[in-house]
Design a protein around this ligand. Structure first.
Ligand code: UD1
Length: 433
């Protein structure tokens, strides 16, 4: 198992370029299968989730050419299979988008219940409710979701919870349904808008994405296209927080600052300097952060995916911060690891009470999920001494070349191969578990 070896205490400085949005890419790639022609997608992040998804698409019969330069050419015209392979689909959450896509394309789909990060119960009842409203019969048998419809017919669907996944999945099926579909209480995340824009570029008729009511008129046929994915607001937010936590001065470039307003607002509240340009945000950690209260909410609220990273900043802030996680029930699993580094955090149900300490100290810690891993990297960058982060396969699922991007702005971080060990060298600095 690989791990990251970090010597902390160095302020980050320079410019970091942000890649394409993971959560848009993992929906847009399967969405290509709705078209009868190939699509060329630019700004695709070269991360493990995308690589696994490319394999899944090939397994169902698509032709995929994916390169590390951020471009994918996908041709779904040869797809005849409506089932996703069990092992692969279990490995990633977004495999559930094949349900909407294959149901829209063939009127039939069989997809294993999705895997992904274990951050709490992640039901898909709202996806199923949407498919059923469009006329599908949906059953779950032996861990596989089976959806079938003689005809998909548009309908009005009210989501009981604001769900990114359900909003996108229902859109994917509804673009090929007969007549009009309305999704009420839809998610408004930038990647929901990006998927809608992509579908429209392929010839769909989706209106209202980015508001809580999305209207879709079904079309018979969709065409190939070229499309560029939006920047990843979570990767950008991660670097913004890392800049602040290390007392650095970082230009986070190639972003849409509007997508990061809630993160910017919290960093300003904590006393950081944040300057917005047209397509960049500069963050300067000019003082010890001040305490802050944060509640995660659907967009445009503070994103749950940045809750774990910003908890690191709170852990070295002056005063006591309160963090309320309102979306997922197990998203404080990183706290135990932060405690090894000297953080003073109490968790009560979905609330973390974070009493700021002077500094964190390096330790051997383990990522428990993707964003927990990002949080531990930030903790290692700000800590005194050496930190090693294990289980980094979680981090590779969602961050492209994170150690290279961090090294380029002054971090001392190395990826250690399986078996490679610097523990001897660092034994005087590292707290052994
Ligand atoms: C997506 C993102 C994930 C992010 C999350 C919230 C992808 C691949 N993942 O996950 O990074 O953390 O949005 O912004 O895009 N819910 C139900 N029933 C459902 C669906 C969801 O009760 O059918 C609940 C969930 O348990 C959760 C809330 O709704 O409490 C939001 O979940 P959702 O927006 O669906 O998250 P994901 O699409 O899984």
């Amino acid at each position: 198992m690989e791990k990251f070896h970090i010597s902390g205490g160095k302020p980050l400085a320079g410019t970091v370029h942000i890649g394409g949005a993971k959560n848009a890419a993992v929906a847009i790639m399967p969405a290509v299968l709705l078209a009868d022609e190939p699509c060329t997608i630019y700004n695709i992040p070269y991360i493990d989730d995308v690589i696994i998804l490319a394999d899944i698409l090939e397994e169902v019969g698509a032709k995929v050419s994916l390169n590390s330069g951020g471009c994918a050419v996908i041709d779904g015209s040869s797809v005849t299979c409506n089932k996703a392979p069990y092992d692969m689909a279990k490995r990633m959450r977004a495999s559930y988008y094949l349900l909407g896509v294959l149901l829209g394309k063939f009127g039939e789909a069989e997809i294993p219940l999705p895997g992904g990060c274990e951050i709490g119960a992640r039901p898909i009842d709202q996806h199923i409710k949407g498919f059923e409203a469009l006329g599908a019969k949906v059953d779950i048998e032996h861990g596989v979701v089976k959806a079938r419809a003689d005809r998909l017919v548009g309908n009005e669907i009210y989501l009981d919870v604001v769900s990114v996944g359900a909003t996108i999945n229902i859109m994917l099926a509804a673009v090929r349904a007969e007549g009009s579909t309305t999704i009420v209480n839809a998610a408004k995340e930038p990647h929901v808008v990006d998927v809608a824009n992509f579908l429209n570029t392929m010839g769909a008729r989706v209106k209202g994405a980015g508001t809580d009511t999305i209207r879709i008129k079904g079309v018979d046929r969709m065409n190939g296209c070229e499309y560029t994915i939006i920047p990843d607001q979570i990767e950008a937010g991660t670097f913004m927080i890392a800049a602040a936590a290390t007392g650095g001065d970082v230009v986070v470039a190639d972003v849409i600052p509007k997508h990061l307003e809630s993160t910017t607002a919290k960093l300003l509240e904590m006393g950081m300097e944040v300057i917005e340009g047209d397509d960049y945000i500069r963050v300067r950690g000019i003082r010890k952060p001040r305490k802050v209260n944060i509640k995660t909410l659907p967009y445009p609220g503070f994103p749950t995916d940045l809750q774990q990273p910003i908890s690191v900043l709170c852990s070295i802030a002056k005063g006591t911060s309160i963090i309320t996680e309102s979306l997922f029930d197990h998203r404080f699993r990183h706290v135990e690891e932060l405690r090894r580094m000297g953080a003073n955090i109490k968790v009560e149900d979905r609330v973390a009470i974070v009493e700021g300490v002077d500094a964190l100290t390096g330790a051997l810690v383990s990522a428990t999920d993707l964003r927990a891993g990002a949080a531990l990297i930030i903790a290692g960058l700000t800590a005194q001494g050496v930190t090693e982060v294990e289980n980094i396969h979680y981090i590779d699922r969602g961050y492209e070349k994170i150690e290279k991007k961090l090294s380029a702005i002054g971090a001392d971080i190395r990826r250690l191969k399986d078996g490679e060990n610097l523990l001897k060298v660092i034994s005087s600095n590292i707290a052994v578990r």
